[in-house]
Design a protein around this ligand. Structure first.
Ligand code: UDP
Ligand code: MG
Length: 319
């Protein structure tokens, strides 16, 4: 019998876990999909500060299909997902959020496409009504820029809610970078992709852990992890400014030779100094972003550390 793993990263979701279990039960009891399937639900506690882990451990001791893995601290959703992929043993793995924003009813559609031979069945959310107007516009603009400068195309409105075949999961498990941008990684590995659309529900309880600052960090991560185009852009801007400066230099020399020297031009000098200083700082910042990534990756630390599995701290496995 084929086995399906559901990987769910959990961070401060105490108010959602029971409801999540109840929503999943019909699927796990094979009442939502015609074929008989074996299921496992891997809940990864990403260093929650509420009762999430206690509830997860209770779920796993009451139902052997639930597995509760606890990380030693908050490593971030991206790392928690990798922990889930490492541990999942199914023929296919479904990744979903714990806050019930991803409807369980979409999963049978994903399974159908998987059985038709697709490897990566991703969910695209239909409306972004839950987001503010400005966030929607910013997100559109961001994906446009990313599409232009990145080598692989990251799809807008597509997140981590998806089904991955065993070969996709194995490919992803080989990508051990610590600063992860999964959306980019899903595209990078390739494979046959199919789309299902879903209506994104409101969060069941609690609030989103992705503040504007965290989203900005993730946005920068998305660019620096998938392309070195900003470095190229910095070089092009540098060359253009240098050429413009050379033309201006010739003009100034010729003018001085013909009309003599004058002490005017103070505002021009100040503007040029500030403008060029700004461009230099931006270029340094861009280089810094890439150096910090090199620094973090050369340390070669594990992406996450497991503290306990199903409440048992002796079961710690080193990954
Ligand atoms: N999450 C996590 N670690 C974090 C932040 C979030 O594992 O540091 C989990 C969270 O429990 C949820 C999923 O990632 O299952 C999505 O988080 P959230 O709902 O806060 O994000 P949003 O839906 O607003 O993008
Ligand atoms: Mg959410």
């Amino acid at each position: 019998m084929k086995k399906i793993s559901i990987v769910i990263p959990v961070y401060n979701e105490a108010g959602n876990l029971e409801a999540l279990r109840n929503a999943l039960l019909p699927l796990l009891d094979n009442k939502m999909y015609p074929a008989e399937l074996d299921w496992e639900v891997i809940l990864i506690d990403d260093g929650s500060r509420d009762d999430s882990l206690t509830i997860m451990n209770r779920l796993s001791s009451g139902d052997s299909r639930f597995i509760s893995i606890s990380l030693s601290r908050n490593f971030g959703k991206e790392s928690a997902m990798l922990a889930g992929l490492d541990y999942a043993s199914g023929n296919a793995v479904i990744i979903m959020d714990a806050d019930l924003q991803h409807p369980v009813a979409t999963i049978p559609k994903m399974l159908e496409l998987w059985e038709q031979g697709y490897d990566d069945v991703y969910g695209r959310r239909l409306s972004r009504d839950t987001d503010s107007w400005i966030r929607r516009k910013l997100s559109r603009a961001y994906y446009k820029i990313l599409k232009r400068i990145s080598d692989n195309y990251v799809l807008p409105d597509v997140g981590d809610f998806r089904l991955l075949s065993r070969s996709c999961v194995n490919a992803l498990k080989n990508l051990r970078e610590t600063q992860r941008y999964s959306k980019g990684l899903f595209c990078w590995i390739g494979f046959r992709k199919a789309e299902v659309t879903f209506e994104c529900n409101d969060r069941n309880a609690g609030k989103s852990s992705f503040s504007s600052r965290r989203l900005l960090n993730l946005a920068i991560e998305g660019i620096t992890s998938s392309t070195t185009a900003p470095l190229r852009i910095a070089s092009i801007v540098g060359i253009t400014t240098a050429v413009a400066a050379l033309v201006y230099l010739i003009y100034v020399i010729v003018k001085t030779l013909i009309f003599g020297e004058s002490v005017q031009g103070y505002p021009t000098i100040i503007c040029l100094i500030l403008f060029l200083g700004g461009i230099q700082l931006i270029a340094l910042g861009i280089i810094g972003e890439y150096i910090s990534r090199i620094f973090n990756e050369t340390k070669g630390r594990p992406v996450y550390i497991i503290r306990s599995i199903n409440g048992d701290t002796d079961m710690c496995i080193e990954k």
